[in-house]
Write a protein that binds this ligand. Structure first.
Ligand SMILES: *[C@@H]1O[C@H](CO)[C@@H](O)[C@H](O)[C@H]1NC(C)=O
Ligand SMILES: *[C@@H]1O[C@H](CO)[C@@H](O)[C@H](O)[C@H]1NC(C)=O
Length: 305
């Protein structure tokens, strides 16, 4: 059973701009100061053509399927495997694209506002990636519920085509799952060539964000953005979740990671294009999505370019 809002997010992601307002995220989530903790105010740079093309290219995967397995794979890709755990409602599809010579693991945008609200009440738990790394228990549990099977499938697919690139994608809650999958696959010594997330919620604390930046080779050197593209759009509020109002009460922080690519709409609501999309600096730039103070699942969250 696919929750209604999940279907809506998935269906509209790639093409529509619906004025869907935040449904159940508490108003107090306007206070996002934990996510801004290491905010940068440096002006973003224009995005280069190759990075912009990459963002548009993989949005076709992130936006085209409702539930695993994907029924109509984009770009002539074939679904080679999928996993669905009904208890945690976590799923993924694994694609092989012979034309592009790549294997793509994609986590759909399974976020529905009820899930997110419930999930926000989870505490952080230790993550073995580093001393002091902590992650959101609910999202981590979701990833762990499919991790063994997913890693087995990816290894098998990459053994069949070792020269192919391996790419991980996700939207929304799926972006958080993609992040956790990347970190665990890197720890397991698996080859990952690129990670692209759209509207990814914050899954870990500052040390975890630093760890992600470190393994992805992401720095604030303009020429070293690293291999993890965290795409945000306009005032999408999901990258600012979980909200500080909750997290400060129970004493945990959530910090976003590099490198953010922010697609801003035109002044009159025109769709984002290459000249309104930027490479941002820091872990939650005030000059990019964080500074827009978006709240939860809004129109910007479900309408990535
Ligand atoms: C689904 O997830 C639950 C909770 O993590 C776990 O107990 C269960 O074994 C998983 N099911 C499968 C088929 O892996
Ligand atoms: C991009 O969008 C801006 C703002 O809407 C517009 O002024 C500009 O002409 C567009 N550029 C291209 C290349 O389409």
């Amino acid at each position: 059973m696919v929750p209604y809002t999940y279907r809506m997010v998935a269906v509209t992601l790639s093409w529509a701009l619906l004025p869907v307002q935040c449904l159940s995220i508490p108003a107090s989530s306007q206070d996002h100061s934990t996510v801004q903790r290491r905010a940068d105010t440096r002006a973003p740079d224009p995005i280069d053509q190759a990075s912009f093309d990459t963002i548009l290219n993989y949005a076709t995967y992130a936006g085209t399927y409702l539930e695993a397995p994907c029924k109509k794979p984009p770009q002539g890709a074939a679904v080679v495997a999928f996993v669905q755990n009904d208890t945690t409602e976590t799923q993924q599809s694994l694609f092989r694209n012979d034309g592009a010579r790549e294997v793509v693991l994609a986590f759909p945008g399974t976020a529905n506002p009820t899930d997110i609200e419930t999930d926000l009440n989870f505490p952080q738990v230790a993550h073995p990636a580093c001393d002091g790394c902590k992650v959101h228990e609910g999202v981590y549990e979701g990833w762990l519920s499919v991790a063994d099977e997913t890693m087995r499938q990816v290894k098998s697919a990459m053994q069949a085509t070792p020269e192919f690139k391996f790419i991980i994608l996700g939207h929304s809650l799926g972006g958080g799952l993609a992040n956790l999958a990347y970190v665990d696959m890197q720890r397991a010594g698996m080859k990952v060539d690129l990670v692209v997330t759209y509207g990814e919620l914050a899954v870990g604390n500052g040390k975890y964000a630093d760890h992600v930046d470190s393994i992805a080779g992401a720095t604030d050197d303009p020429s070293q953005p690293g291999m993890f593209m965290r795409v945000t759009h306009a005032n999408d509020g999901v990258p600012l979740l979980p909200p500080n109002a909750l997290t400060s009460i129970i004493g945990q922080d959530f910090v976003q990671h590099r490198t953010e690519y922010w697609a801003q709409d035109g002044p009159n609501g025109e769709a984002a294009n290459i000249s309104t999309t930027f490479r941002c600096y820091g872990q939650g730039s005030q000059a990019c999505n964080t500074g827009q103070r978006g709240i939860g699942i809004n129109g910007a969250h479900i309408s990535y370019p």
